[in-house]
Design a protein around this ligand. Sequence first.
Ligand SMILES: [Mg+2]
Length: 389
Amino acid sequence: MLGAIIGDIVGSYYEVLEMEALKDHQKQKRSYEERIKILDSKTPLFLEKSSYTDDTVLTCAIANSLLQNEDYEKNLRYFGLKEINKGLDKYGRYPFGAGFIKWVKDEKIGDSYGNGGAMRISPVAYFAQDLEDVLLETEKATKPSHNTEEAIKGAQAVSTAIYLALNHHGKEEIEKTISELFAYDLFFDLSDLQHNYKFTARTCNSVPQAIYCFLISNSFEDALRKSISIGGDSDTIAAIACAISEAYYGIPENLKSQAYTYLPKEYRQIVKNFYEELTLIKALNEVNINDKSFLKYMRQNCKKYNLPKETGLWGCFINKDQNDIITGVRIIVPNIINTDTLLINIHEYTHAYEIYKRIGEKDNLNQEQEETKARQNEALYLKKIINQN
Ligand SMILES: [Mg+2]
Protein backbone atom coordinates (compact mmCIF):
# COMPACT_ATOMS: atom_id res chain seq x y z
CA MET A 1 0.00 0.00 0.00
CA LEU A 2 2.64 2.54 0.99
CA GLY A 3 4.62 1.44 -2.06
CA ALA A 4 1.79 2.64 -4.31
CA ILE A 5 1.62 5.92 -2.38
CA ILE A 6 5.37 6.51 -2.76
CA GLY A 7 5.17 5.82 -6.50
CA ASP A 8 2.27 8.24 -6.76
CA ILE A 9 3.92 11.09 -4.84
CA VAL A 10 7.29 10.80 -6.61
CA GLY A 11 5.64 10.26 -10.01
CA SER A 12 3.28 13.24 -9.70
CA TYR A 13 5.89 15.79 -10.79
CA TYR A 14 6.80 13.77 -13.88
CA GLU A 15 3.21 13.10 -14.89
CA VAL A 16 2.62 16.86 -15.06
CA LEU A 17 5.71 17.28 -17.28
CA GLU A 18 4.44 14.51 -19.55
CA MET A 19 1.00 16.09 -19.81
CA GLU A 20 2.52 19.46 -20.66
CA ALA A 21 4.63 17.76 -23.32
CA LEU A 22 1.49 16.25 -24.82
CA LYS A 23 0.00 19.70 -25.34
CA ASP A 24 3.21 21.44 -26.33
CA HIS A 25 5.77 19.55 -28.46
CA GLN A 26 8.51 22.00 -27.44
CA LYS A 27 8.31 20.56 -23.92
CA GLN A 28 8.88 16.96 -24.98
CA LYS A 29 12.66 17.23 -24.81
CA ARG A 30 12.56 18.70 -21.31
CA SER A 31 10.23 15.99 -20.03
CA TYR A 32 12.44 13.27 -21.52
CA GLU A 33 15.62 14.75 -20.00
CA GLU A 34 14.03 15.17 -16.56
CA ARG A 35 12.78 11.61 -16.40
CA ILE A 36 16.04 10.12 -17.64
CA LYS A 37 17.85 12.09 -14.93
CA ILE A 38 15.90 10.17 -12.30
CA LEU A 39 17.86 7.03 -13.21
CA ASP A 40 20.84 8.67 -11.48
CA SER A 41 20.61 7.60 -7.83
CA LYS A 42 21.72 11.10 -6.75
CA THR A 43 18.62 12.74 -8.23
CA PRO A 44 16.24 13.49 -5.34
CA LEU A 45 12.96 11.60 -5.45
CA PHE A 46 10.77 13.77 -3.26
CA LEU A 47 10.54 17.33 -4.53
CA GLU A 48 8.91 20.43 -3.16
CA LYS A 49 6.29 20.16 -5.88
CA SER A 50 5.62 16.46 -5.36
CA SER A 51 2.19 15.66 -3.99
CA TYR A 52 -0.16 12.78 -3.46
CA THR A 53 -2.80 12.40 -6.18
CA ASP A 54 -5.84 10.25 -6.97
CA ASP A 55 -3.77 7.03 -6.81
CA THR A 56 -3.10 7.66 -3.11
CA VAL A 57 -6.62 8.86 -2.30
CA LEU A 58 -8.30 5.81 -3.82
CA THR A 59 -5.73 3.35 -2.44
CA CYS A 60 -6.70 4.74 0.99
CA ALA A 61 -10.38 4.32 0.08
CA ILE A 62 -9.84 0.64 -0.74
CA ALA A 63 -7.78 0.09 2.43
CA ASN A 64 -10.46 1.78 4.51
CA SER A 65 -13.15 -0.48 3.02
CA LEU A 66 -11.14 -3.53 4.03
CA LEU A 67 -10.34 -2.23 7.52
CA GLN A 68 -13.92 -1.21 8.28
CA ASN A 69 -15.42 -4.17 6.41
CA GLU A 70 -17.39 -1.66 4.31
CA ASP A 71 -18.59 -1.50 0.74
CA TYR A 72 -15.90 -0.43 -1.77
CA GLU A 73 -18.25 1.84 -3.70
CA LYS A 74 -19.24 3.75 -0.57
CA ASN A 75 -15.60 4.50 0.29
CA LEU A 76 -14.55 5.31 -3.29
CA ARG A 77 -17.34 7.87 -3.54
CA TYR A 78 -16.79 9.26 -0.05
CA PHE A 79 -13.03 9.75 -0.46
CA GLY A 80 -13.44 10.94 -4.04
CA LEU A 81 -16.03 13.59 -3.19
CA LYS A 82 -14.11 14.77 -0.16
CA GLU A 83 -10.98 15.29 -2.24
CA ILE A 84 -12.89 17.04 -5.04
CA ASN A 85 -14.32 19.44 -2.48
CA LYS A 86 -10.79 20.41 -1.42
CA GLY A 87 -10.38 22.08 -4.83
CA LEU A 88 -7.37 22.11 -7.15
CA ASP A 89 -4.14 20.34 -6.18
CA LYS A 90 -0.55 21.68 -5.87
CA TYR A 91 -0.20 21.62 -9.65
CA GLY A 92 -3.44 23.54 -10.17
CA ARG A 93 -5.24 20.44 -11.44
CA TYR A 94 -8.47 18.70 -10.59
CA PRO A 95 -7.60 15.70 -8.44
CA PHE A 96 -9.29 13.14 -10.70
CA GLY A 97 -9.96 12.50 -14.36
CA ALA A 98 -13.17 13.93 -15.84
CA GLY A 99 -14.80 10.48 -16.07
CA PHE A 100 -14.16 9.65 -12.43
CA ILE A 101 -15.50 13.02 -11.27
CA LYS A 102 -18.71 12.39 -13.21
CA TRP A 103 -18.97 8.91 -11.71
CA VAL A 104 -18.46 10.19 -8.17
CA LYS A 105 -21.18 12.77 -8.72
CA ASP A 106 -23.46 10.04 -10.06
CA GLU A 107 -23.61 11.64 -13.50
CA LYS A 108 -22.16 8.63 -15.31
CA ILE A 109 -22.08 4.83 -14.93
CA GLY A 110 -18.76 3.29 -13.91
CA ASP A 111 -17.62 1.82 -17.21
CA SER A 112 -14.08 3.17 -17.45
CA TYR A 113 -11.33 1.12 -19.10
CA GLY A 114 -8.69 3.38 -17.56
CA ASN A 115 -5.86 2.37 -15.24
CA GLY A 116 -7.66 3.82 -12.18
CA GLY A 117 -8.78 0.35 -11.07
CA ALA A 118 -5.23 -1.04 -11.13
CA MET A 119 -3.59 1.95 -9.40
CA ARG A 120 -5.69 1.62 -6.22
CA ILE A 121 -5.87 -2.15 -5.81
CA SER A 122 -2.78 -3.02 -3.72
CA PRO A 123 -4.45 -3.32 -0.24
CA VAL A 124 -6.70 -6.13 -1.48
CA ALA A 125 -3.82 -8.57 -2.00
CA TYR A 126 -2.81 -8.34 1.69
CA PHE A 127 -6.16 -9.46 3.10
CA ALA A 128 -6.97 -12.20 0.61
CA GLN A 129 -7.18 -15.86 1.60
CA ASP A 130 -5.90 -17.36 -1.65
CA LEU A 131 -5.51 -16.51 -5.34
CA GLU A 132 -9.18 -17.10 -6.04
CA ASP A 133 -10.07 -14.64 -3.29
CA VAL A 134 -7.59 -12.11 -4.75
CA LEU A 135 -9.33 -12.24 -8.13
CA LEU A 136 -12.83 -12.07 -6.70
CA GLU A 137 -12.12 -9.26 -4.24
CA THR A 138 -10.28 -7.29 -6.93
CA GLU A 139 -13.27 -7.55 -9.22
CA LYS A 140 -15.51 -6.26 -6.42
CA ALA A 141 -13.19 -3.33 -5.70
CA THR A 142 -12.82 -2.41 -9.38
CA LYS A 143 -16.36 -2.84 -10.69
CA PRO A 144 -18.08 0.19 -9.16
CA SER A 145 -16.20 2.70 -11.33
CA HIS A 146 -14.33 0.45 -13.82
CA ASN A 147 -16.80 -2.21 -14.88
CA THR A 148 -14.99 -3.25 -18.07
CA GLU A 149 -13.10 -6.42 -18.85
CA GLU A 150 -9.94 -4.45 -19.59
CA ALA A 151 -9.89 -2.54 -16.28
CA ILE A 152 -10.81 -5.55 -14.13
CA LYS A 153 -8.20 -7.73 -15.83
CA GLY A 154 -5.51 -5.07 -15.27
CA ALA A 155 -6.37 -4.66 -11.60
CA GLN A 156 -6.37 -8.45 -11.16
CA ALA A 157 -2.94 -8.72 -12.79
CA VAL A 158 -1.56 -6.18 -10.31
CA SER A 159 -3.14 -7.75 -7.22
CA THR A 160 -2.07 -11.22 -8.38
CA ALA A 161 1.54 -10.05 -8.77
CA ILE A 162 1.43 -8.52 -5.27
CA TYR A 163 -0.12 -11.66 -3.79
CA LEU A 164 2.53 -13.88 -5.38
CA ALA A 165 5.35 -11.59 -4.23
CA LEU A 166 3.95 -11.57 -0.69
CA ASN A 167 3.96 -15.34 -0.75
CA HIS A 168 7.63 -15.44 -1.74
CA HIS A 169 7.28 -16.41 -5.39
CA GLY A 170 10.20 -15.49 -7.60
CA LYS A 171 10.10 -13.05 -10.51
CA GLU A 172 10.16 -15.80 -13.12
CA GLU A 173 7.08 -17.37 -11.61
CA ILE A 174 5.32 -14.02 -11.27
CA GLU A 175 6.04 -13.22 -14.92
CA LYS A 176 4.85 -16.65 -16.08
CA THR A 177 1.63 -16.53 -14.02
CA ILE A 178 0.71 -13.01 -15.14
CA SER A 179 1.45 -13.77 -18.80
CA GLU A 180 -0.61 -16.94 -18.71
CA LEU A 181 -3.55 -15.82 -16.59
CA PHE A 182 -4.03 -12.42 -18.20
CA ALA A 183 -2.49 -12.94 -21.64
CA TYR A 184 -0.18 -9.97 -21.15
CA ASP A 185 3.00 -9.66 -23.13
CA LEU A 186 5.56 -8.50 -20.56
CA PHE A 187 8.48 -8.45 -22.95
CA PHE A 188 9.67 -4.87 -23.47
CA ASP A 189 12.95 -3.05 -23.86
CA LEU A 190 13.60 -0.31 -21.29
CA SER A 191 15.39 2.01 -23.71
CA ASP A 192 12.65 1.55 -26.29
CA LEU A 193 9.98 2.45 -23.71
CA GLN A 194 11.97 5.50 -22.59
CA HIS A 195 12.02 6.77 -26.17
CA ASN A 196 8.74 5.60 -27.59
CA TYR A 197 6.21 4.93 -24.83
CA LYS A 198 3.28 7.32 -25.19
CA PHE A 199 1.09 8.82 -22.48
CA THR A 200 -2.10 6.81 -22.02
CA ALA A 201 -4.54 6.05 -19.23
CA ARG A 202 -5.64 2.79 -20.92
CA THR A 203 -5.20 -0.15 -18.57
CA CYS A 204 -3.89 -2.51 -21.26
CA ASN A 205 -1.10 -0.06 -22.13
CA SER A 206 -0.10 0.83 -18.57
CA VAL A 207 -0.26 -2.30 -16.43
CA PRO A 208 2.08 -4.55 -18.50
CA GLN A 209 4.68 -1.74 -18.73
CA ALA A 210 4.51 -1.12 -14.96
CA ILE A 211 4.86 -4.83 -14.18
CA TYR A 212 7.83 -4.98 -16.56
CA CYS A 213 9.56 -2.16 -14.63
CA PHE A 214 9.19 -4.21 -11.44
CA LEU A 215 10.47 -7.36 -13.15
CA ILE A 216 13.69 -5.72 -14.39
CA SER A 217 14.38 -3.86 -11.12
CA ASN A 218 16.94 -4.82 -8.51
CA SER A 219 15.49 -2.93 -5.53
CA PHE A 220 12.44 -0.91 -4.51
CA GLU A 221 14.16 2.35 -5.35
CA ASP A 222 15.38 0.99 -8.67
CA ALA A 223 11.81 0.00 -9.64
CA LEU A 224 10.64 3.49 -8.71
CA ARG A 225 13.31 5.23 -10.80
CA LYS A 226 12.93 2.90 -13.79
CA SER A 227 9.13 3.16 -13.83
CA ILE A 228 9.31 6.96 -13.93
CA SER A 229 11.99 6.93 -16.61
CA ILE A 230 9.60 5.47 -19.18
CA GLY A 231 7.25 8.47 -18.93
CA GLY A 232 3.53 8.38 -19.65
CA ASP A 233 1.09 8.43 -16.73
CA SER A 234 4.08 8.46 -14.39
CA ASP A 235 2.37 8.56 -11.00
CA THR A 236 0.18 5.60 -11.87
CA ILE A 237 2.93 3.57 -13.58
CA ALA A 238 5.15 4.15 -10.55
CA ALA A 239 2.28 3.43 -8.12
CA ILE A 240 1.73 0.04 -9.75
CA ALA A 241 5.42 -0.89 -10.11
CA CYS A 242 6.11 0.18 -6.51
CA ALA A 243 3.06 -1.58 -5.07
CA ILE A 244 4.43 -4.87 -6.42
CA SER A 245 7.99 -3.93 -5.41
CA GLU A 246 6.90 -3.28 -1.82
CA ALA A 247 5.55 -6.84 -1.59
CA TYR A 248 8.73 -8.22 -3.16
CA TYR A 249 11.54 -6.14 -1.60
CA GLY A 250 9.98 -4.13 1.23
CA ILE A 251 10.40 -0.35 1.41
CA PRO A 252 13.53 1.45 2.67
CA GLU A 253 12.78 3.37 5.89
CA ASN A 254 13.96 6.72 4.53
CA LEU A 255 11.44 6.57 1.69
CA LYS A 256 8.66 5.64 4.08
CA SER A 257 9.31 8.58 6.38
CA GLN A 258 9.59 11.05 3.52
CA ALA A 259 6.31 9.86 2.00
CA TYR A 260 4.47 10.32 5.31
CA THR A 261 5.29 14.03 5.32
CA TYR A 262 3.26 14.48 2.12
CA LEU A 263 0.10 12.86 3.49
CA PRO A 264 -2.72 14.57 5.37
CA LYS A 265 -3.44 13.22 8.84
CA GLU A 266 -6.45 11.19 7.71
CA TYR A 267 -4.50 9.22 5.10
CA ARG A 268 -1.53 8.75 7.44
CA GLN A 269 -3.92 7.22 9.95
CA ILE A 270 -5.35 4.79 7.38
CA VAL A 271 -1.85 3.70 6.34
CA LYS A 272 -0.93 3.21 10.01
CA ASN A 273 -4.11 1.21 10.70
CA PHE A 274 -3.49 -0.91 7.61
CA TYR A 275 0.00 -1.98 8.70
CA GLU A 276 -1.15 -2.45 12.30
CA GLU A 277 -3.83 -4.84 11.05
CA LEU A 278 -1.20 -6.75 9.05
CA THR A 279 0.99 -7.05 12.16
CA LEU A 280 -1.98 -8.46 14.04
CA ILE A 281 -2.91 -10.92 11.27
CA LYS A 282 0.68 -12.16 11.20
CA ALA A 283 0.82 -12.54 14.99
CA LEU A 284 -2.52 -14.36 15.16
CA ASN A 285 -1.31 -16.67 12.41
CA GLU A 286 1.58 -17.65 14.72
CA VAL A 287 -0.97 -18.89 17.26
CA ASN A 288 -3.00 -20.64 14.54
CA ILE A 289 -5.86 -18.14 14.40
CA ASN A 290 -6.15 -17.54 10.67
CA ASP A 291 -9.85 -17.87 9.97
CA LYS A 292 -10.38 -15.01 7.49
CA SER A 293 -14.12 -14.76 8.13
CA PHE A 294 -13.43 -14.34 11.86
CA LEU A 295 -10.80 -11.66 11.17
CA LYS A 296 -13.23 -9.87 8.86
CA TYR A 297 -15.98 -10.08 11.49
CA MET A 298 -13.67 -8.66 14.15
CA ARG A 299 -12.81 -5.61 12.05
CA GLN A 300 -16.34 -4.45 12.81
CA ASN A 301 -16.45 -5.68 16.37
CA CYS A 302 -13.15 -4.49 17.73
CA LYS A 303 -12.55 -1.10 19.31
CA LYS A 304 -8.96 0.05 19.55
CA TYR A 305 -7.72 2.73 21.92
CA ASN A 306 -4.41 4.43 22.29
CA LEU A 307 -4.23 4.17 26.09
CA PRO A 308 -1.56 2.80 28.42
CA LYS A 309 -1.65 -0.87 29.38
CA GLU A 310 -2.38 -0.04 33.02
CA THR A 311 -5.84 1.35 32.30
CA GLY A 312 -7.14 -2.22 32.32
CA LEU A 313 -9.85 -1.19 29.90
CA TRP A 314 -9.29 -4.21 27.69
CA GLY A 315 -11.65 -7.09 27.48
CA CYS A 316 -13.84 -9.45 25.52
CA PHE A 317 -17.60 -9.16 25.72
CA ILE A 318 -20.25 -11.72 24.76
CA ASN A 319 -23.58 -10.66 23.29
CA LYS A 320 -26.42 -13.04 24.19
CA ASP A 321 -30.16 -13.20 23.72
CA GLN A 322 -32.73 -13.88 26.46
CA ASN A 323 -32.26 -17.65 26.02
CA ASP A 324 -28.54 -17.41 26.74
CA ILE A 325 -27.72 -18.05 23.05
CA ILE A 326 -24.53 -16.33 21.88
CA THR A 327 -25.34 -13.71 19.23
CA GLY A 328 -21.97 -12.05 18.87
CA VAL A 329 -18.70 -10.99 20.40
CA ARG A 330 -16.77 -7.75 20.65
CA ILE A 331 -13.45 -6.74 22.13
CA ILE A 332 -11.67 -3.64 23.34
CA VAL A 333 -7.90 -3.68 22.77
CA PRO A 334 -5.00 -1.22 22.69
CA ASN A 335 -3.37 -0.02 19.47
CA ILE A 336 -0.37 -2.19 18.67
CA ILE A 337 2.71 -0.14 19.48
CA ASN A 338 4.98 -2.76 21.06
CA THR A 339 5.09 -6.42 22.16
CA ASP A 340 3.04 -5.75 25.32
CA THR A 341 0.13 -4.28 23.42
CA LEU A 342 0.38 -7.00 20.78
CA LEU A 343 0.12 -9.66 23.51
CA ILE A 344 -3.05 -8.03 24.89
CA ASN A 345 -4.47 -8.21 21.36
CA ILE A 346 -3.55 -11.90 21.04
CA HIS A 347 -5.16 -12.56 24.43
CA GLU A 348 -8.47 -10.89 23.62
CA TYR A 349 -8.61 -12.26 20.07
CA THR A 350 -8.13 -15.78 21.47
CA HIS A 351 -11.15 -15.28 23.74
CA ALA A 352 -13.13 -13.76 20.90
CA TYR A 353 -12.35 -16.62 18.52
CA GLU A 354 -13.65 -19.24 20.94
CA ILE A 355 -16.87 -17.26 21.35
CA TYR A 356 -17.15 -16.56 17.61
CA LYS A 357 -17.05 -20.29 16.89
CA ARG A 358 -20.02 -20.75 19.25
CA ILE A 359 -22.29 -18.04 17.84
CA GLY A 360 -25.80 -19.51 17.69
CA GLU A 361 -25.07 -21.93 20.56
CA LYS A 362 -25.84 -21.75 24.27
CA ASP A 363 -23.16 -20.07 26.36
CA ASN A 364 -21.42 -22.97 28.09
CA LEU A 365 -17.90 -21.57 28.01
CA ASN A 366 -15.63 -22.57 30.86
CA GLN A 367 -14.07 -19.25 31.78
CA GLU A 368 -11.09 -20.76 33.50
CA GLN A 369 -10.25 -22.93 30.48
CA GLU A 370 -10.70 -20.01 28.13
CA GLU A 371 -8.39 -17.83 30.22
CA THR A 372 -5.75 -20.56 30.20
CA LYS A 373 -6.00 -20.83 26.41
CA ALA A 374 -5.56 -17.06 26.02
CA ARG A 375 -2.47 -17.08 28.24
CA GLN A 376 -1.07 -20.11 26.42
CA ASN A 377 -1.39 -18.27 23.11
CA GLU A 378 0.50 -15.29 24.53
CA ALA A 379 3.27 -17.67 25.64
CA LEU A 380 3.22 -19.52 22.31
CA TYR A 381 3.62 -16.27 20.40
CA LEU A 382 6.55 -15.15 22.57
CA LYS A 383 8.24 -18.55 22.19
CA LYS A 384 7.88 -18.47 18.39
CA ILE A 385 9.20 -14.92 18.16
CA ILE A 386 12.19 -15.71 20.38
CA ASN A 387 12.94 -18.79 18.24
CA GLN A 388 12.69 -16.75 15.03
CA ASN A 389 15.17 -14.23 16.36
MG1 LIG B 1 -2.67 10.25 -10.33
